[in-house]
Write a protein that binds this ligand. Sequence first.
Ligand code: ARG
Ligand code: ZN
Length: 436
Amino acid sequence: MNYFFGEEDGKDGRNKKVRYNRYQLLRVTPRTMIQVDDVLSLRDDYDGLMYWTQPAKNRSADILVPPNFVRDVKEFMHMRGLEFVVLFKDIQKAIAQQNPRMTRDQRIELRNTKGHEMTFKRYHRYLDMLKYLEFLSTKYPELVDMITIGKSSLGLPLKVIKISTGLRTQKGDIKPAVWIDGGMHAREWISPAVVMYTIKQLVENFNVNKKIVEGADWYILPVANPDGYEYTHTIDRLWRKTRSNHESDEAARTISSYLFGQPCRGVDMNRNWNFHWGETGASDDPCQETYAGPRPFSEPEARAISDFIMDRKDRIKLYLTMHAYSQMWLVPWGYTNKKSKDFEDLLNMGRKAVEALSRVSGTQYKLGHSTQLLYPASGGSDDWAKGAAGIKYAYTVELRDDGTYGFLLPASEIMPTGRETFAAIKAIAKAIVCKN
Ligand code: ARG
Ligand code: ZN
């Protein structure tokens, strides 16, 4: 395998590692609607604030504040009577500590003893993940297939692993299928890690998980946005979007599509799906983190996934997309306050998942309507899976944690998060696809 990784120097002037020295992470909890507006208004007054979570009445927002604004922002909060705490005084330290490095000797040792370098003790690069998938398909050829469903904007392959014991049940019926993806948002590192853990359980722990592996075909895409994911490893740990460049696109030249003379790159892949695209909770400004793109499915990654799912839409009975953070199991719709007709069914199945999850080590997830627990945001993949592809059970899962580390969840939490999440996946898959 020989892939080109990383981006060429100088493409958008941000080829040097972005640092966040003395950036402070503040958690602010608005208690009234007026205070919610106050928190949101900060965004317009101070360029470069990063909202890790969105404010709502009595729900906190985690906001990353550049050092030159820290004093003013805190003063504003005092003045408006806003409750806040400092979660991190220097987020760069948390960035530096999150992912322990592996020495060359450790890598060689792993390769020699296991045949791959996946550890679940650290966050791995995309190439290492692909190598592990190749390893599995070589070692378990009768169970595992690799399918390249397309390419990213920068040319990285999008690899789905198919885990199947055969299309038909012993009775001769066509089996249902399950889809899981991770890594749509680049900085949510726990997501690909947990999806890889799920793959490991299904394949290498087949005997224990026989029932769900034999009961369905599993299609799993661990990194839906590999360009963004690699960019968070090499350049900017807190990047969210894809890395596409729509500079030459008329529709992208709306407002301030240039920052420091450079075109803003990337689209929020979870605002880019062709279902109520661009209606709410998304931006038409290419420089914003929730930029929906110049048009639905402008991103080749989202289009490739949608084509693949559409071809199998009648067989896929469960759609799961893994995000972070907040510990929530979200039920569509995400674009409207209205509930789907079968909302209660989705809630009941979701309950099985979060209950199984909490039994592993007590981690509590909130279960509920996406717009109520979070905010309305259209163009999400869960809504598309349900509304456009007709997959009844479609969920977005917001993994650990609840904000202690946020996106910078230490690598030591990969395994515990993997264990509990897999318990949830197992429970809900059993309930949906192993009915008989
Ligand atoms: N945190 C996720 C996001 O903002 C939540 C998506 C929920 N689904 C939705 N269709 N809004 O992308
Ligand atoms: Zn996300």
